[in-house]
Write a protein that binds this ligand. Structure first.
Ligand code: FAD
Ligand code: NAD
Length: 404
């Protein structure tokens, strides 16, 4: 009797961020070697923790601490890694076009992360730093140091060399200025620049910094940052970024050689390019995390949009939710392969903690408000928890942060 050999299905994961890495580790654990071919595609040979990037951008942490080679975390005997850039998803043909080839899939997980949202403000891509990636962080750090070096090496130094603008007082903007303001004394001492020459602005369109966050914690954070020399301009939308600085909606200009853009994110441009129905690059996924109308395509992390029915607004794009989605996505792919019913995804928001540089942070965990060093401790624990979920205690020991 002839034995028929069934073809193993191809599971392809696009993007090795929080969502992609957790999906990959869970799938390799849940599926036997003979059950599927699993492939992870990422544009770099390394995985990076986006949530740490404000630190290397301000120069308070080495960029290498935020990244790790993919082969140091994943067992490449169980999963194939392809270093390449995704160009387009051909949904009907069940294949993905890469910069250097193409790859066929039976099941696809799209988790290509986010890109900067400009809300149509001109000049962002040309004159501001807006890429929250390892190389983006390196660029900001080097640029800041160059401004300091140039200031003292110019016959008539311009004040704008030492003016630093952060656009948006969301969590990214606040965490970045927290690190930069903490590093300022060291930069001033190193480059022989009087501290009073440096200006740091955080410019926010909404009537408050960190809109929607606990007002008492916002006040604590703003007071602390102001005590380090940060000036907030609240209720003050930026209308344009130019070669010389920013123009506000009021028409006023602030001259600055450095504008760091942090006004929020949209999903990957690959989503739109591939013809998926989307809202600002994010696909409103079904409750089982599949793209509507596509039985075999899961979309998770910052590329996915899910509505919080309690407030009728989308859940924020966070690593916390990306990781939770990845767990359910892996379970659902296995269920789909076996013909079982799929799980419904419901985020379990444990809290939010934002660092303010040094040993300072603010946060809400469960119903508890945290300030100062206790919030700082919690933030480091959250950073380490991710490493634990990804690679167990060994990875925390190797790559973790000291909570002190
Ligand atoms: P990512 O983690 O960004 O991963 C996407 C991956 O896809 C990357 O590896 C990228 O290289 C790869 N990729 C992109 N395009 C392509 C392509 N065309 N081809 C191949 N590969 C590609 N969230 C929290 O919950 N807590 C926090 O404390 C927190 N802090 C943050 C701090 C900062 C400074 C920033 C910027 C964000 C922070 N966030 C935080 C948000 C969080 O980082 C994101 O929600 C999270 O990274 C989303 O995970 P993801 O897997 O969807 O995308
Ligand atoms: P965000 O949407 O949270 O904040 C962006 C801010 O920019 C808003 O306050 C908005 O009013 C402001 N803004 C928009 N247009 C503007 C303009 N033209 N001029 C001035 N201000 C303008 O975005 P983010 O801070 O980039 O964060 C992105 C995602 O990552 C969010 O979901 C956030 O929760 C998450 N995140 C979480 C943490 C944390 O938990 N510690 C840290 C960083 C980011």
């Amino acid at each position: 009797m002839e034995v028929m050999k069934l073809k193993k299905p191809n599971i392809v994961i696009l993007g090795a961020g929080y969502a992609g890495m957790i999906t990959a580790t869970r799938l390799t654990k849940q599926l036997g070697h003979n059950e599927a071919n699993i492939t992870l595609v990422n544009k770099h040979e390394y995985h990076y923790q986006t949530t740490w990037l404000h630190e290397p951008a301000a120069g308070t942490l080495s960029p290498d601490r935020t990244r790790m080679p993919i082969n140091s975390v994943l067992d490449l005997n169980k999963i194939k890694f392809v270093k390449d850039s995704v160009v387009e998803i051909k949904r009907e043909e069940k294949k993905v076009l890469l910069q250097n080839g193409e790859i066929e899939f039976d099941y696809l997980v799209v988790c290509l992360g986010a890109e900067a949202e400009t809300f149509g403000v001109p000049g962002v891509h040309e004159y501001a730093f807006s890429k929250w990636t390892v190389n983006g962080a390196r660029e900001v750090k080097e640029h800041i140091e160059y401004q300091f070096a140039k200031y003292n090496n110019t016959p008539e130094p311009q004040d704008e060399l030492l003016t630093f603008i952060v656009a948006g007082a969301g969590f990214t903007g606040i965490e970045f200025i927290g690190e930069l303001s903490e590093r300022l004394p060291e930069l001033c001492a190193h480059y022989d620049v009087p501290k009073e020459k440096v200006k740091m602005y955080v410019i926010e369109a909404a009537p408050t910094a960190l809109p929607g966050f606990d007002p008492e914690l916002v006040e604590y954070g703003m007071n602390l940052l102001e005590s380090r020399g940060v000036e907030f301009k609240i209720n003050c939308p930026i209308k344009e970024v130019t070669e010389t600085g920013v123009t506000l909606a009021s028409g006023d200009e602030i001259k600055a050689s450095t504008v760091v853009w942090a006004t929020g994110v949209r999903g990957s441009s690959i989503i739109d390019k591939s013809g998926f129905e989307n809202m600002r690059g994010r696909i409103k996924v079904d409750l089982d995390l599949r793209a509507p109308g596509h039985d075999n395509i899961f979309v998770i992390g910052d590329c996915a949009l899910m509505i919080n029915e309690e407030i009728n607004r989308p859940y924020p794009p966070t690593a916390q939710i990306a990781m939770q989605m990845a767990e359910v996505c892996a379970t659902n792919i296995k269920a789909l392969m076996k013909g079982d019913s799929l799980k419904t995804f419901k985020p379990d928001i444990k809290g939010t903690v934002a660092s303010l540089g040094g040993k300072e942070a603010i946060g809400v965990v469960g119903t508890r408000k945290l300030f100062g060093s206790s919030a700082h401790f919690m933030k480091k624990m959250i950073d380490n928890r991710y490493l634990f979920l990804l690679g167990g205690p060994g990875l925390v020991l190797k790559r973790g942060k000291s909570p002190m």
